[in-house]
Write a protein that binds this ligand. Structure first.
Ligand SMILES: [Zn+2]
Length: 138
């Protein structure tokens, strides 16, 4: 990967990072349409023709939580739910970009301290046992 591509990826990541901070309210879950009974024994719902109502459904620790939405809350819940999807789309794209960026980095192994000196005088360097041990794990 050349420098231009790396710069492009970094710009894109910067943009995505900014988008992340601007997402707004997030809610995981789905909007479902459930049939309900109103309680009136003379209503058609008592005969099985239930009233369709929108609910928000979210699974938390393997239990489903339901919230009646109504019209105004339905609009908001849709927005929050959409933001959740947007968040994960951004996370997915950032994952792929960071993967490429990290892969493009030269895999450097840390330099061993043992036997190296800035003066170039190797003979008079004291042997450091802990460096040798640390170095063996690199
Ligand atoms: Zn009814």
């Amino acid at each position: 990967m050349n420098k231009r591509e790396i710069a492009r990826i970094k710009r894109r990541l910067g943009y995505l990072h900014k988008r992340l901070t601007e997402i707004g309210p997030i809610m995981r879950g789905t909007i479902v349409l459930l049939g309900t009974r109103c309680g009136n024994p003379r209503c058609r719902c008592a005969k099985g023709e239930k009233h369709p109502q929108y609910y928000f459904s979210v699974s938390v620790k393997k239990k489903t939580k339901l919230m009646y939405l109504g019209k105004s809350r339905k609009v908001e819940a849709e927005k929050y739910s959409k933001n959740y999807e947007l968040l994960w789309n951004i996370v997915e794209e950032m994952t792929l970009l960071n993967f490429e960026l990290l892969k493009a980095k030269k895999a450097l192994t840390l330099p061993r301290k043992v036997g190296k000196s800035r003066s170039g005088n190797k003979k008079n360097q004291p042997f450091n046992c802990s460096d040798a041990i640390a170095g063996s794990y690199l």
